[in-house]
Design a protein around this ligand. Structure first.
Ligand SMILES: [Zn+2]
Length: 413
């Protein structure tokens, strides 16, 4: 007889304790941890309506509750989805969709109005007035780069949608759209430019898809979006203009202008040339150290007749391709003019002096593109000096516009 006979009741108790220890060694499922962190059955998710179940991929798992779900994947952790964002995710095919597993809980946007979940393959944004829509891929990257819903785009109004051609994709947003194709990338279009593009037939119009975001034109008031086959320009004075041609201008600086910056002169030129449907591109800018030509002798400044100094000056043609034009910014002309558009044969261009007006650059290139003076101070081609223009921006007639477009120096976009 052993002195230490174990009490059978104590043995049962010890075995139970061992089992409890083993139970403690079993980790709590991350879904359960997340559920507890959100208040468990007393929290807003409510009670569970399923057990913790494996996803079809055999890797992730989920649990549904009365008011939402928690999804877990080893690479994303456990996150809740609920409400209309969950409904949108569900409509796309849950984690089996391109969105994959949630990477965040539903999160309030900084404006306090909207909500979002980020997923492995995109995001779903919701606001009370817009509903819940997904954004992903290159369109989402563009949306992100602009500042998400804090940008002028605000909240999405659609899922990413295929264009009728089966090639392009877009999301509409409250403040504009983002369009993408494999060859053009993702670009935003908004405001009056977007409205006009839409009125022409969106990407089915002759302009095609956007190839740029909306850009500021030469630092001024004008805005421009480039498309595959043209541009749309807007300014407060010119309104919306479709630009189907362009002139490529090379800038050669001997003396910096003093009254209006080069950008101001280009912005003004583009504002007027938009009336003719012509885009003004500044192709290159180069400083020239040619003091002997800074006060350039232009003789009588008559088209087709040039001085030795003009021939020498216009010989500076770095980067200048065929059909390109050049402006030389000089100190003055001798005799004194705002500028002069007489150029040697085959070297189209003009000179503009330091003290020129805002409209001189556009006026001189008007001559280069074939226009003559008129006695009317409402028009760009006034022969009375562009300082005397009375209704900025000055007018171009339709006849002048077609002369410019058929000059050979304005080329199709
Ligand atoms: Zn003139």
């Amino acid at each position: 007889m052993s002195k230490f006979k174990i009490d059978p009741q104590l043995q049962v108790q010890n075995e139970l304790l061992e089992k409890l220890k083993n139970l403690q060694a079993i980790p709590v499922h991350p879904i359960t941890t997340k559920y507890w962190s959100l208040g468990g059955s007393g929290g807003w998710l409510g009670t569970s309506t399923t057990g913790i179940l494996k996803c079809p991929d055999g890797i992730g798992s989920f649990q549904h509750y009365v008011n939402g779900s928690i999804y877990y994947h080893p690479s994303t952790g456990a996150h809740e989805v609920h409400g209309l964002i969950r409904a949108r995710w569900k409509s796309l095919g849950w984690e089996r969709s391109f969105l994959g597993y949630p990477k965040t809980d539903e999160t309030a946007t900084p404006d306090g109005i909207g909500r979002f979940n980020h997923f492995q393959g995109g995001s779903i944004y919701w606001s009370p007035s817009t509903g819940a829509w997904e954004v992903h891929g290159a369109i989402r990257s563009k949306y992100s780069s602009l500042g998400w819903e804090r940008s002028f785009l605000r909240y999405p109004l659609t899922n990413e949608t295929t264009c009728p051609d089966g090639v392009g994709r877009f999301n509409h947003f409250q403040g504009g759209s983002i369009y993408w194709t494999p060859s053009t990338g993702a670009h935003e279009v908004h405001g009056a430019i977007r409205s006009h593009w839409a009125s022409l037939g969106w990407e089915r119009s002759p302009l095609g898809y956007p190839t740029s975001d909306e850009l500021v034109v030469f630092g001024g008031d004008g805005r421009i979006s480039h498309f595959q086959h043209g541009s749309i320009y807007w300014s407060s004075t010119a309104g919306v203009r479709v630009l189907k041609e362009r002139i490529r201008v090379h800038v050669k600086i001997l003396t910096m202008p003093t009254r209006f910056t080069i950008n101001e002169q280009f912005a003004a030129m583009q504002e007027v040339y938009a009336m003719a449907g012509i885009r003004v591109d500044c192709a290159t800018t180069e400083n020239l150290n040619l003091p002997s030509l800074a006060d350039v002798d232009v003789g009588g400044c008559t088209m087709g007749s040039v001085t030795a100094e003009q021939i020498t000056l216009f010989g500076n043609r770095n980067f200048v391709g065929s059909n390109d034009v050049v402006v030389y910014f000089v100190n003055s002309t001798v005799p004194g003019y705002n500028g002069c558009a007489a150029y040697p044969s085959g070297r189209p261009g003009c000179v503009v002096v330091r003290t020129a007006s805002r409209w001189t650059l556009g006026h001189e290139f008007g001559h280069v593109l074939g226009l003559n003076h008129v006695n009317n101070n409402d028009r760009l081609m006034t022969g009375n000096g562009t300082f005397n223009i009375t209704n900025p921006p000055p007018n171009l007639t339709s006849g002048e516009s077609s002369t410019m477009r058929s000059s050979g120096l304005s080329t199709n976009l």
